[in-house]
Write a protein that binds this ligand. Sequence first.
Ligand code: HEM
Length: 416
Amino acid sequence: MVDLTRFDDVTTVWRCPHTSVQIGGKGDEHYHLGTVIRLDGEEHARRRKALGVLLARRGHAVFRAKWLYPTADAALDRLLAEAGPDGAEIEVVTWGRRISQQLAAAVAGYDAGTTPDGASKLFEMSQVMIAGRPSVLKVISGGIDETDPAHVAGLEAKQAIIEMFHKPALLRREVLARRAEAGEIDATDLPMDFLMLAAQKIDPAWNDPTQVERDALLLMGAAVHTTTNSLVWALQEIFAWLKRNPGRADDLLNENFVLRLAQESLRLHPVVPGLSRLAMENIDLPSGGVLPEGTVAMLRSGEASADPAIFGDDAGEFNPDRPSPKKISRFGLAFGQGTHMCWGMPLVIGSGGIDGTLVYLLKKLLDAGVRPLDEKNAAFDLDGARGRHEFGRPEYRVRLTGKPVTSAELATELSH
Ligand code: HEM
């Protein structure tokens, strides 16, 4: 395995057609085998096209409007309504996960996971599943131990999710698909989610029920921690930035500036340690070396997104005012590159940037007057965490004052 950290090397391999993501092995049959992240070439293009209908033509906006805004708004309104004179306390990791899980359940079509209680249950079960799911490195090296209690518990949790959330929802859609075919209902009245596509067998691979299970679980796995961790990093970066720039709190009222803050945070805080690709032939790297055929490259997107050659000498610093490099996104390689670029990006970023999940949730919190709860929870030294993957905080408590952000008030609080 070769680590690549330069922006040019990483993007070259990411975009190279002579690479493969079929680097599975023992253990993959339970989780990732045949899913979009393990498909190459035409099979991959067919799966992306099939999945594409869900978010295309502003489908991403429909999901957000129906499943994100009401959930996020209701939770905060409830908290603020019950707030005392000092405001209300909120643990952002749990809040973000619950909302992301509901949205992810809606995208997958897991009806029972779209309520707050259902999402919490689904999240708990998914945590056990994810804890037992072998890492890509384990799968590649064949080092998976089937007797490991975490592995066994993970598979049990997966089966429980299938029984409780997956099967009833799929059955409902199979009935609807038959009724639509028979002309009893209009095709436009069918639900718009992954399981509906699967019930209609839009991709022939979905004739295999276990493939449908793996695909639905992948979509949910890809959506929840990514969005939540990015939200929590962005919030911490915003507090730290305000502390350094106490006179600029009013900038937070400008949603385009909030977008800049979110993009800069996404660039510096990758959601995974790296993405692996197998070289199918020798690949010339811009740095001068060659990635030999048969080698697995680990694309370190966090390090590459903080490459000074692209983002300047202060690439490793959080600077929302940095000029945008030509033809390169402000969020760097946060969502990948090439054909496997993040499928969920339109949900997270939206169409103009400011209507995506991340900016919406940040704005929601800022509008509710979010403050670090105490010194322990206040922004800590983030320098060491930038430009590489870190899991982030298991919890992050903040206070909502209910009052909009004002320079003087925040500056005083943050300077303590
Ligand atoms: C801040 C949030 C997110 C970040 C930073 C992120 C990042 C990424 C990255 C870097 C990849 C590329 C993987 C590779 O090249 O192998 C990826 C792929 C993917 N993401 Fe996301 N993601 C986010 C949210 C989401 C959401 C909300 C969903 C679904 C609702 C999602 C679904 C996917 C899927 C299905 C793929 C695989 C695409 C393919 O292999 O063709 N992601 N994501």
